[in-house]
Design a protein around this ligand. Sequence first.
Ligand SMILES: [Zn+2]
Length: 318
Amino acid sequence: MAGKRDQHSLPPSMPNKLGVAREAFRAPLCSRRALLRRILHAAAIGRVAPWAGGGRVFGALSSLAPPLLGATALANARPAAAGQRWFDERIEGPLHVHADFSLAVCAPLLDELIHLQDDLCKVLEVPPAKEPIHLFLFERKPVYIAYLRQYFPRVPYRRALYVKERGPGMVLAFRNAEFDVDLRHETTHALLHSALAELPLWLDEGIAEYFEVSRDQRVGGNPYLNQMKWQAWVGPLPQLEDLEAIKDLSGMGRVEYRLAWAWTHFLLHGPAALRAELIRFVADARGMVPSESLGARLLRRFPDRDELFANHFKQFQV
Ligand SMILES: [Zn+2]
């Protein structure tokens, strides 16, 4: 993983996957090549500052763990012990956690993140992450912002980020009211992208939304559930094809995130045959996005798909 080169300079290369938490929305936006294209395009027309570093250095991201120490912009960060790059660090399974505060304060959250890998393997039958995932956690927002400006100057500010280039995925976040939700959401993306080539945007987001709440809230405690129940009774519900038509994060708003979660919840907790279909689709996505959409597959097997979807929320009881 961590190459020796550039350990103390850093990533002048652009990540090809970005996961970004929304400021305006509760749930995070996320990492897509489409977003990268938009950012690169914005850079091309001069709306975003160019890399502060001198040119593109492939593999710099994989040279990992940009040290917190020694970065002048991060002078306010909490000092680490001598010989230690971050104040606190921990390795648990695929997760390599680096923090500028004591990780003891978020021990329950870390336990959940550690279980996330097992949960994804169990629920979606995806293989475990093939590479480490690095989490960079900050106690204070100004330090987080300074860190992003130093190492990801072209990435627009977001409350949390998932970044991946050729090397291991990275999740960055600072402690705030949505810290737990952001970390679960972005780490879900990181684990999925470490095991799968690509998922359709809506499904990628739907799964991350599903796993962003605490473990005991996933099935019946997500705030989306009551909203969907109400929407199912009022009807009509938007079709899955509406979500599948969205190819860019700019098309994902509050309503679309809720709907992406709803279809994921329906596939996981509706009739068992639906979950089997989802698992088959995800397995096919290990190589590339399947040519036939999940919506089309479902409709072929379940002609009453949309009625089943509405009934799922009308009738769902915890
Ligand atoms: Zn996301």
